[in-house]
Design a protein around this ligand. Sequence first.
Ligand code: SPV
Ligand code: MG
Length: 290
Amino acid sequence: MTPGRKFRDVLAAKGLVEAMASHSPLSAMLAAEAGFDAIWASGFELSAMYGVPDVSIVSMTQHLDMTRAMADRSGLPVVADIDTGFGNAIDVLFAIEQYERAGAAAIVMEDKSFPKVTSLIAGGRQDMVRIEEFQGKIEAARSARRDADLVIVARTEALIAGLGQDEALKRARAYEAAGADMILVHSKQKTPDEIEAFVRAWDGKAPIALVPTAYPQMTVARVRELKKVGLLIWGNHAIRASVGAMRATFAQIRKDGGIHGVESSIATVEDVFDLQGMPAVKDNEKRFLR
Ligand code: SPV
Ligand code: MG
């Protein structure tokens, strides 16, 4: 079964795919362990992991390698955040081929111009491409996929750019007409009102994808009530959890002048050995090392 088929099967069975952001194979494994349906191969998380801003600095190769490793180690369908598609429709043709080979189940491509600026930053430059140009990029993505089940998610940043509901709906309709399987609509409003109004007004057939980072009042139950949402992405909680945990641990060690004070609040070495698969290494040593 292809990753795209797996994603579509989960969607059909549960009516909603719940994806957790990851920036490494280990974080993707922990998301799988926690029971999420899919991995969000977040550009923001990977940029943060490299310590650089999410403004098209991380290369396609870096993101692709991580996507491949996350799919391999987690076993979950990976929703790859390919930002603007790394350029124009010609770059998209190449990117889709590569992401499909890397084992992505879905790709999310946004209608901003390259290089992009991260969406949630206050006062960020949010330049959009023309609707026709983005339709060409969606059509390029469709024509490049070998597996018809690879899910192509078109993301509109119209609300992020402050262009309003009518423009967001116009773009979403145009992207569905160009062949997008799903529409992601992003918002940085502090409450779910703007997004809920969009979803209620959505008259297309394509399921909606949401990333409710800015409006944390949104819950799985509330999303299900909207009926039209097929993909819910928890957008950056792996990297933010890591930053919080590392800061607290490092500060405690500095304060105590030793590591004795953090033992009970961090994972044990044995826990990490288990995640790495050391029990299987021991078994295999007994079987095969002579
Ligand atoms: C990401 O996680 O990279 C996203 C979501 O695209 S956001 O950062 O909110 O734009
Ligand atoms: Mg992103």
